[in-house]
Design a protein around this ligand. Structure first.
Ligand SMILES: Cc1cc(NC(=O)CCC(=O)O)nc(C)c1Br
Ligand SMILES: [Fe+3]
Length: 241
């Protein structure tokens, strides 16, 4: 699928340095519109719609099931994890490569972080039945996730009618940031406690693709903690049995 290179590498470098890094440092979040352009944006949207049509998107799991509380009252999204190499994900792969380039330029400037890896892409759809996602922090306990990056795909989105606003409550600030999930919009924010956020009830189908970039040190430390925890709990089992 031939894509017109909407943005050149030089454009990306300039965007990262002029816009994204300063905003992340000043406010902790930043969004950019018109990142892929109409043609490539449409290609991503079509592939996400096809995943939805073909039933690939499943109910988002919860960390722990809360007795008596219905899952969809906490998060009502349907998701699928993709690496981008799957057939029918070529446009999503193009998007991921572009975000990787952007983040790698930012990482050089965000000195304190060493961002070398990321999660798979989470393709999410809020079905528009009023479901949203309750206020939460993506990475409250140093699991390694450093930057959350979400690409929105929703055309003719009217928040008065459709809701679905992502509201960020920047830690320690007196203001909230309401971000409309508009087509070809790319949002970045620190994944940790600096950015509690919620998705307000959505009354129209709301598509997004999210990736999380890891800080290598924090990720390695989290893996060490997890290994020690599982080793010690296994020991307890064997000693008690
Ligand atoms: C799977 C998962 C999804 C999200 N997504 C959002 O917060 C919504 C972002 C948006 O669609 O605007 N957050 C966490 C902590 C997990 Br885990
Ligand atoms: Fe989140």
């Amino acid at each position: 699928m031939p894509f017109i290179e909407h943005v050149s590498d030089a454009d990306l470098e300039c965007l990262a340095l002029e816009r994204v890094v300063p905003a992340l440092q000043a406010y902790g979040f930043c969004y950019v519109d018109g990142v892929l352009g109409e043609l490539a944006g449409d290609a991503v949207l079509e592939q996400v719609k096809e995943m939805h049509r073909s039933g690939v998107l499943q109910d988002g799991r919860l960390a722990g099931s809360v007795p008596g509380v219905h899952r969809s009252s906490i998060r009502g999204d349907k998701i699928a994890w993709v690496s981008g190499t799957e057939r029918g994900c070529e446009a999503i792969n193009f998007l991921l490569n572009l975000i990787d380039k952007l983040i790698s330029v930012c990482a050089r400037r965000l000195g304190s972080k060493t961002i070398r890896e990321r999660s798979k892409a989470m393709v999410a759809c809020y079905p528009g039945n009023g479901a949203g996602y309750v206020k939460h922090v993506d990475n409250p306990n140093c699991d390694g996730r450093c930057i959350t990056c979400t690409y929105y795909l929703n055309k003719n989105w009217n928040t008065k009618e459709h809701g679905g606003v992502l509201r960020i409550f920047p830690e320690g600030k007196s203001f909230v940031a309401d971000i409309k999930p508009l087509f070809d919009r790319l949002l970045f924010f620190w994944s940790d406690r600096r950015n509690p956020h919620e998705v307000q009830p959505s009354y129209s189908t709301r598509y997004a693709v999210t990736v999380w970039y890891f800080d290598s040190e924090e990720r390695a430390e989290a893996k060490r903690r997890f290994r020690d925890m599982t080793a010690s709990s296994l020991q307890q089992c064997s000693s008690s049995s």
